[in-house]
Design a protein around this ligand. Structure first.
Ligand SMILES: [Zn+2]
Length: 214
């Protein structure tokens, strides 16, 4: 078993995909603290705030650099999740809202049009299978390895879940949504760029223990 199975599939690799460029642009431009303050939350010097997602009298939501985490209700995610949850939006709509509210000029790079004459249904099915398996692991890690109190060291599995969950959710939304062209294009990019192959190999390297628990 490799010492660092996660090394095969870093979030940087995943995020390198063109389809995630819009999300990345926004996440790079707006910090969680900026978003929280912009949307009316009071943030303390140690980046704690009262959680808007549960009845919270003493600040229990920690705004880290690239993700938030609530020690009261367990809510977590990145700046796009935060905004989505705050306003009841989809991740994509939340990204658009942040873009508008913060005046970010995100570059929308259109997905390359499929080059194959026939859409690859097998490709889309494979993408969905592999991403759903990864999602299952991420959700378990998010709960199992979450920090118990402010100042706890961050488990790498928890950090991985925080970083890639929004992306995996977004990709599954694209693949399973009503927009068939988007689903087809997403699957094609994922297959052609080798993401799915890499992810599938990465999932295969997870230890027996991790797989049993999943
Ligand atoms: Zn909370």
């Amino acid at each position: 078993m490799p010492a660092n199975p996660g090394g095969h599939f870093s979030s940087e690799y995943f995020y390198g995909g063109k389809i995630m460029r819009v999300f990345e642009t926004i996440k790079a431009a707006v910090t969680l603290r900026q978003a929280a303050e912009h949307y009316g939350l009071t943030v303390s010097r140690n980046s704690m705030t009262c959680c808007p997602f549960h009845e919270d009298r003493h600040p229990s939501l920690k705004l880290n650099e690239d993700y938030f985490f609530c020690f009261g209700c367990g809510a977590s995610g990145d700046v796009i999740d935060f905004t989505a949850r705050l306003f009841g939006l989809s991740p994509y709509a939340a990204a658009k809202k942040l873009e508008t509210d913060f005046g970010i000029g995100a570059e929308y790079e259109p997905l390359p049009f499929p080059t194959h004459a026939e859409p690859s249904h097998d490709g889309a099915r494979l993408c969905i299978c592999v991403l759903q398996e990864y999602l299952r692991h991420l959700r378990i890690w998010q709960l199992r390895y979450r920090p118990k109190k402010p100042g706890d060291s961050i488990h790498p599995r928890f950090a991985e879940a925080m970083k890639v969950l929004p992306t995996v959710n977004h990709l599954l939304d694209c693949l399973l949504g009503n927009d068939l062209l988007l689903a087809k294009q997403t699957a094609e990019v994922l297959c052609r760029e080798g993401y799915i192959q890499q992810l599938s190999e990465y999932l295969g390297t997870l230890s027996e223990k991790e797989r049993d628990c999943a």
